[in-house]
Design a binder for this molecule. Structure first.
Ligand SMILES: [Zn+2]
Length: 683
């Protein structure tokens, strides 16, 4: 490295970046009120790292780049309740943070470094979902939980033992048949489910307390309490995913470790994958990115590790990160934009939704100019005003939402928003049903609602009627040729042609598309009906479970709740839907219009919608391989037994899970029966 003096502009930038990072650290760690996304923060940190690498003289001893903990996994909220800090705990081995990769290129670079460092191209990787929670370490001595701590700065965290003890899924004593290991330090992530997070925020708001910004800070805030009884009242979960110091047990790779601690009663990821090649990793990443929204908890990427512990040790660590692991992050989902005005939309179910029209901004590579404000209550609770700069968040394909205003940048010219008293589509007086937060237009013939129902019905994931687009639907509704979705199947070519000087060819194509729609699989028809809370996944599960539309219509709420992923509320909304004469006649009219509602027949070996739990050791089967086989055939693997479990595959030394399955009447399979079901060769 030549001994150059860094130019003035570089020195200024390093200073500026350091100041900026410290400011955002403070907002994040102390105020628990970040202004920028993790992604934006990372960019700042990486720019500083790059400059320091190029000009080592500029790397100050107290530079933000020299901390062990990375901000994504660093604790969020300050400890709550009376008193100051929690007692410190030193980690036997430092809890390193992971390096991040933001795109394919950075991952390929990492794969190359790993292969070079290990001297072989045949490296086996393990990929685990990266749950967005609070990193902790739990220490078991002679099988008994002795200390639990947060990651803290990496070398030293905070004592949260009494708080961790209140999390029901954390065993206080390890489940062993022989003598327990002398020492087992396990690292994991404490997190909160998305639904529980929403419920908690509602409760906090009702009590006049500040809500949490996201599930991660809710988990952090709930765990870092001075009073463990507060933690006990919070719905926290944990996944264990890494070893600290261990004595009395021997694991040679991560797979063995995860299986081993799972057998000891520690909760692990419901899913993880062995990847033999980088291409496998990319495939898992794409799959998980797609599945992300359907998971009950938030994940922000895929953690990829070298599976073999010997190889891990050879690769070692550099300053802050192990070289054998990386966090392959999902695209950023938060950005800042200004609200220009607010529009009110009327949905197909009559719900009025205020939508913020934004100065366009790129979020995770997609241009966003509208974001939902949900309802008046949310707007009031978050104090969002027209003209505010706001944090917006995009998640998957759903419409982005406004998370919160950046109040520090207000000018005083911002205006409050009030819901209109009449429906913007049909001028009917808007109602706010008792106990609900969403205003509704009660007029079921409201043009916007009718259009919405038909658009949904014809949309690609529903009956996919090509050529029946938004414009044509609007015309057909305006001419009163269509009042409900079943009318589509009674349309005549001359009616369409008369409509807009349509070419004969396009009318012909539309009639063809309508004919094709008559034979769509049952699950798509169920989805197309537009039952409240029934999305594509639930529709598929319902079709798999009931097979025919008649069986679904006559299902009781109890029958419906048996379906994986269908809770009491969804069951009620399905049941209520089919009770309405209007909807009964919709189904009849569809059938008269030639819609065939084909029966869903389960193919041999098709495990779609079936839920499996594995327990005990399967002598002839690799457990992760068995789980993979189930998933390949469309089944799901869960870590705990409930009444929604279809099969428990019980191997040798199966304990509590087997008992629970017996109690619930869940079918228990031996390894051999499992093999037969999946048509695997005999061992
Ligand atoms: Zn209306």
């Amino acid at each position: 490295m030549p001994d150059e003096t860094p130019p003035r502009s570089v020195r200024d930038r390093v200073e500026g970046l350091t100041r900026l990072i410290r400011y955002h650290d403070h907002r994040y760690h102390v105020l628990d009120d970040p202004e920028i996304s993790d992604f934006q923060y990372d960019l700042l940190l990486r720019e500083l790292e790059a400059l320091e690498a190029r000009w080592p003289a500029l790397a100050a001893d107290d530079s933000p780049t020299k901390r062990v903990g990375s901000p994504q996994t660093f604790e969020g909220a300050r400890p709550e309740g009376p008193g100051e800090a929690l007692a410190p705990v030193r980690h036997t081995r430092p809890m390193l943070s992971l390096e991040n990769a933001f795109d394919r290129e950075e991952m390929e670079d990492w794969f190359r470094r790993v292969q070079e460092g290990s001297g072989t191209e045949e490296v086996s990787f393990i990929a685990e979902p990266k749950i967005d929670g609070l990193a902790v370490e739990i220490v078991y001595r002679d099988g008994v939980l002795s200390v639990g701590s947060t990651r803290g700065r990496g070398d030293e965290g905070e004592d949260v033992t009494p708080n961790l003890r209140t999390i029901p899924s954390i065993p206080l004593i390890l489940r062993t048949t022989g003598s327990p290991p002398e020492l087992l330090e396990v690292r994991g992530e404490v997190y909160m489910d998305k639904n529980d997070f929403r419920r908690l925020n509602r409760t906090l708001t009702e009590k006049g307390e500040d809500p949490f910004a996201n599930p991660r800070s809710a988990a952090a805030g709930s765990l870092r309490q001075k009073d463990p009884s507060v933690t006990a009242g919070r719905p926290l979960h944990i996944v264990s995913h890494g070893p600290g110091e261990i004595r009395g047990l021997d694991f040679s790779n991560q797979t063995e470790f995860l299986e081993g601690i799972s057998d000891l009663g520690l909760p692990t990821h419901p899913a993880w994958w062995i990847c033999k090649t980088p291409e496998d990793v990319f495939q898992r990443y794409r799959d998980l990115l797609e599945e992300r929204e359907r998971l009950p908890y938030e994940i922000d990427g895929l953690v990829v590790k070298v599976d073999d512990y010997g190889l891990q040790a050879r690769l070692g660590a550099r300053a802050r990160n192990p070289r054998w692991a990386i966090a392959y992050k999902f695209p950023a989902t938060q950005e800042v934009a200004r609200i220009l005005r607010v529009e009110v939309q009327v949905g197909r179910l009559g719900t009025l939704t205020p939508v913020a029209i934004l100065e366009p901004v790129l979020v995770g590579g997609v241009k966003v100019s509208r974001a939902t404000l949900h309802n008046q209550d949310e707007i009031d609770r978050k104090d969002i005003r027209i003209g505010d700069a706001v944090v917006i968040q995009r998640a998957g394909d759903v419409i982005p939402e406004v998370v919160k205003p950046i109040t520090s940048s207000r000018t005083g010219k911002e205006k409050r928003f009030r819901m209109p008293r009449r429906c913007p589509s049909c001028q009917t007086k808007v109602i706010l049903p008792e106990g609900e937060v969403r205003h509704r237009c009660p007029n079921i013939d409201c043009p916007d609602q009718v259009r919405g129902r038909i658009r949904h019905f014809a949309s690609r994931s529903a009956l996919d009627i090509e050529g029946l687009g938004v414009k044509l639907i609007d015309q057909l509704v305006a001419e009163e040729l269509i009042r409900d979705p079943s009318d589509i199947f009674f349309l005549r070519p001359d009616q369409i042609e008369a409509l807009e000087r349509k070419a004969e060819k396009s009318t012909e194509n539309l009639m063809k598309a309508i004919e094709e729609a008559r034979g769509r699989p049952l699950h798509r028809v169920i989805y197309a009906l537009g039952i409240q809370d029934v999305g594509e996944v639930a529709a598929r599960d319902l079709a798999d479970q009931f097979g025919t539309i008649d069986k679904l219509i006559s299902a009781s709420p109890d029958d419906l709740e048996e379906v994986y992923g269908v809770g009491p509320n969804v069951a009620k909304s399905i049941h209520d839907f089919f009770l309405l004469p209007r909807n009964q006649s919709l189904v009849t009219r569809l059938s008269e219009g030639g819609v065939r509602f084909p029966e869903t027949v389960r193919k041999e070996g098709d495990l779609r919608g079936r839920v499996f739990v594995f327990t005990g050791t399967l002598p002839g089967l690799d457990r992760s391989e068995a789980m993979g086989l189930v998933r390949e055939r469309g089944g799901r693997v869960s870590s705990s037994v409930s009444k929604k479990t279809d099969f428990v595959v019980a191997g040798e030394k199966a304990g509590a899970k087997r008992k629970k399955a017996e109690g619930l009447g869940v079918k228990i399979l031996s390894e051999e029966e499992f093999r037969r079901m999946l048509k695997l060769p005999k061992e």
